[in-house]
Write a protein that binds this ligand. Structure first.
Ligand SMILES: Cc1ncc(COP(=O)(O)O)c(C=O)c1O
Length: 480
């Protein structure tokens, strides 16, 4: 590759810079998700002016090859990828008794097996960990508060954390009193409490299809039934499908991740979310909104919580710090609307209170502004890794493979050529110490047999790239 700019060439200098970036991309020096050199360093290196490099980058952006990110620079996008989105699931037929626990157990065992590359785990904080900052804050809390920090905390949660969380909703136009925030052991407990408040064994709960398997496991353990509502990869849950399902079945409540869904990474815009809340409240059906991925969006601003559109108090918001800071701290929260008093009683019965030390640490982490700053970086890193993962699947998997284009979060949903079965691939990948999440995990009726979920929210390394390559080879073998 020629690295020097030739001033006697007939092409403009900026065009030569464009060609140079293209060459670096073809040779693999620059890869999807990589940051291009800064304007200053590239101009110094090439001995051209900063405006020349800027013009080249703008041209590359116009051609769709790079994207500009405010305050971060220019990044190479995944190229020549005609990403075929996954197919939408078929509309619901009937509610199902859920029976997923043994497969979930198997997947969890694989994820935590020593030496395994955990592409089956959704832990986006691994992409940009806050561990050092949190350790610093925790040491300070322990030094200052001593014994108090490891005592039983108040059942509803540590007051300063509840206040920080109430404050954090102001941006979304939501005025929440700290007393309305109930601290839980992760979002999983928040969803469990919410379900117990609004439904009982035998009731029908509408879920997205595909949906997060932890919700299915809860429905199973509470003896409820799940009714699948197809999720549109681009817009979230299909409102027409939902309306039709509500006419046919006595749905008791819905559990939707309408901000950013897991596993599809789909995003429902605020208008549709408002329509969703109006539709459900017009029928007095509670909506349990699982917002764990709400902060990890790739849009300019985060979506507004469904709760903001509620007029009857029938929206229950569940979230946590698991995807943004510290999954192991097991701290989440529930805004239970009109079910708040009931939710408090359920929480007390289930777990009394949540770790005070972890709440204390998180409240100081939030108050210092560091939490917010970390999330901003995490979002950018995740978006870059997403591009890289899409590029790898495109390179190594068979051409008929389809995949999601996540609008946030840290997972990719991959639809394999039809001869492949996700469960079979899960077992074959384990032989190579790679864990993935098979598609059937995300449906009570065993839909998505040809799908898998893989994470890009990981600590990126050559081993991760190699694991994507091996997966691609296994899928090719399975397709022949
Ligand atoms: C969509 C979704 N909801 C809820 C949870 C549970 O979150 P937590 O770890 O805070 O209990 C997860 C975790 O993977 C998730 O992906």
């Amino acid at each position: 590759m020629s690295t020097a700019i030739q001033r006697d060439k007939s092409s403009f200098l900026y065009q030569q810079v464009v060609e140079m970036v293209m060459e670096m991309r073809s040779s693999g020096t620059l890869r999807a998700g990589d940051r291009l050199p800064s304007l200053r360093s590239f101009s110094q290196g090439l001995k051209v002016s900063i405006p020349t490099v800027r013009q080249a980058y703008v041209e590359l952006e116009r051609q769709g090859m790079v994207e500009a990110r405010p305050k971060s620079g220019y990044f190479l996008k995944a190229q020549n990828i005609d990403v075929q989105g996954p197919k939408k699931a078929t509309p619901p037929r009937r509610p199902r008794v859920v029976n997923k626990q043994s497969l979930i157990e198997e997947v969890f065992t694989a994820i935590h097996a020593p030496g395994s590359v955990a592409l089956g785990l959704a832990n986006p904080t691994a992409a940009h960990s806050s561990d050092k900052a949190l350790a610093r804050v925790m040491r300070r809390v322990l030094a200052n508060a001593g014994n108090k920090a490891i005592a039983y905390g108040p059942m509803e949660g540590f007051p300063p954390l509840r206040r920080q969380l109430a404050l954090s909703h102001i941006d979304q136009g939501l005025q929440i009193d700290p007393s309305e925030v109930l601290i839980t052991n992760g979002a999983q407990e928040a969803i469990a409490i919410a379900l117990k408040c609004v439904a009982k064994a035998g009731d029908i709960i509408a879920v997205e299809s595909p949906t997060y398997f932890g919700v299915l496991e809860l429905i199973e353990s509470l003896g409820m039934m799940a009714l699948e509502i197809p999720l549109c990869p681009d817009h979230g849950v299909g409102l027409a499908d939902l309306e039709a399902a509500l006419k046919k079945h006595p749905v008791k409540a819905c559990v939707f991740s309408s901000s950013i869904s897991n596993p599809l990474g789909s995003y429902m815009n605020d208008e549709r979310r408002e329509a969703l809340v109006h539709l459900l409240e017009s029928k007095d059906i509670p909506l349990i909104e699982d917002d764990v991925y709400g902060e990890l969006h790739f849009q300019k601003t985060r979506s507004v919580l469904a709760q903001r559109f509620s007029t009857k108090g029938l929206v229950l918001t569940c979230s946590s710090f698991s995807k943004t800071a510290a999954p192991g701290y097991r701290i989440g929260w529930l805004l239970a609307g009109r079910f708040h008093d009931q939710a408090k009683r359920v929480k007390r019965a289930l777990s009394c209170s949540s770790s005070l030390l972890n709440q204390w640490t998180l409240s100081e982490f939030m108050a210092s502004g560091e939490y917010e700053r970390n999330i901003r970086v995490l979002r950018q890193v995740l978006e870059r890794y997403k591009q890289r993962a899409i590029a790898l699947v495109t390179e190594y998997f068979p051409t008929e493979t389809r995949m999601s284009n996540p609008q946030g979060g840290g997972v990719l949903w991959v639809e394999l050529p039809s001869k492949n079965h996700g469960n079979d691939l899960f077992h074959r990948a384990l032989d190579h110490n790679i864990s993935i999440a098979p598609g059937t995990l995300f449906s009570p009726s065993d839909k998505f047999k040809h799908c898998i979920r893989v994470s890009y929210g990981v600590q990126w390394s050559d081993k991760i790239e190699e694991s994507y390559r091996i997966l691609g080879e296994l899928v090719k073998e399975g397709s022949s």
